[in-house]
Ligand binder design. Structure first.
Ligand SMILES: Nc1ncnc2c1ncn2[C@@H]1O[C@H](COP(=O)(O)OP(=O)(O)O)[C@@H](O)[C@H]1O
Ligand SMILES: [Mg+2]
Length: 329
């Protein structure tokens, strides 16, 4: 049996925008447009791409937090049970950690209430004594020691790093198996990022957790993940083992992202110097490859036909009509 924690095939999230001028037909944003991947137990898959590429929406769709369509969505090897009861039980095992720890914490709640809320909601606490014990354990597991020192504080009394630790403590209290971490350190000072990342890895090792780790930072993805998926305008362009993507990435978009990766002591170009233009508006996408307008290798076929995912090597796939030309560079 495969040991996939989650598997999705042909995931689509379309947002209908009301046309404010009325008459013309409504615009559709294809935020996620046919995405497929799986994540194994204990694995970290990073989802990397520029802002607007559909990363957050993909994460939310996996956790059934937005309306979506798919051909397959399996959790722990079984078709997802989309009834209220099924989703409730799924949400105990799958959690989302957002970018901004302040936004995800209720400013009027004390830390103890925030951390133990998932237990309360699921009626899993029988006494106040047990609640205090579980809160202490969760906070200390997240590196906030001694836990009781934090019980009666409010989010505004904590630093950004401490707040993200509270978010992590609260996400971990139900012993989840899968976490969608959406840019979990990008709002934090560089000096505290490492501590939070270390904590996330530690908890993963201890609990055999799997992560979908969302980031716009390819070097961070390389550092922490087993595999990397490169996303552009709602599609996965390339996916493979982290080292392979960084050292042998084949897609022209992947190559552009690699060229602008910061390197110690070397001043790098920005993505704007390497690629023309910006990510286009996802309501006005052409029928061919989503990247064709910015791709240095694009020819007629790229504007006409969407490329299929092709196998490049072990666990390595890319969607591009120009792979052969590109590999001869
Ligand atoms: N609720 C929404 N309604 C309409 N459009 C949305 C909504 N959420 C996201 N989008 C659009 O979907 C696209 C992908 O967004 P998002 O998933 O947030 O990308 P990323 O996380 O990669 O920056 C963007 O064009 C965004 O404007
Ligand atoms: Mg996002």
């Amino acid at each position: 049996m495969d040991n996939n924690i989650i598997e999705v095939k042909n995931l689509k999230v379309y947002f209908k925008l009301k046309n404010i001028f009325g008459k013309k037909k409504n615009l559709v944003v294809k935020a996620v447009d046919g995405v497929s991947f799986e994540i194994k137990e204990g694995e970290i898959l990073s989802l990397v791409g520029e802002s607007g590429s559909g990363k957050t929406t993909t994460g939310k769709a996996l956790l059934q937090l937005v309306n979506c369509e798919f051909d397959v969505l399996k959790f722990q090897g079984k078709e997802m049970d989309l009834t209220k009861k099924g989703l409730n039980s799924f949400r105990q095992k799958a959690q989302m950690i957002y970018q901004d720890p302040y936004q995800s914490l209720n400013p009027r709640q004390q830390i103890i209430d925030i951390v133990t809320e998932p237990l309360e909601v699921n009626k899993l606490i029988s006494s106040e004594e047990e609640r205090l014990k579980r809160a202490k354990e969760a906070l200390e597991q997240a590196g906030l020691k001694p836990g009781e020192d934090y019980f009666f504080r409010y989010p505004y009394e904590l630093s950004g790093g401490q707040r993200q630790r509270v978010v992590i403590a609260s996400s971990m209290i139900m012993s989840p198996k899968f976490i969608v971490a959406d840019e979990p350190v990008s709002m934090l000072d560089a000096s505290i990022r490492t501590g939070i990342l270390k904590l996330m890895i530690e908890l993963k090792e201890k609990n055999n957790l799997a992560y979908l780790f969302i980031t716009h930072d390819l070097s961070l993805a390389w550092l922490i993940s087993d595999r990397i998926a490169i996303m552009y305008l709602g599609k996965i362009m390339e996916i493979g083992e982290a080292n392979i993507i960084i050292n042998e990435g084949v897609h022209p978009y992947t190559k552009a992202l690699i060229r602008v990766m910061p390197k110690a002591g070397v001043k790098r170009d920005g993505l704007r110097d390497v690629l023309e233009g910006e990510v286009p508006n996802p309501t006005s996408i052409n029928s061919g490859c989503k990247f064709c307008n910015r791709c240095p290798l694009a020819t007629e076929i790229c504007f006409e036909q969407e490329p299929e995912m092709k196998r490049i090597g072990k666990n390595h796939y890319a969607a591009c009509h120009k792979l052969e030309e590109n590999s001869e560079e």
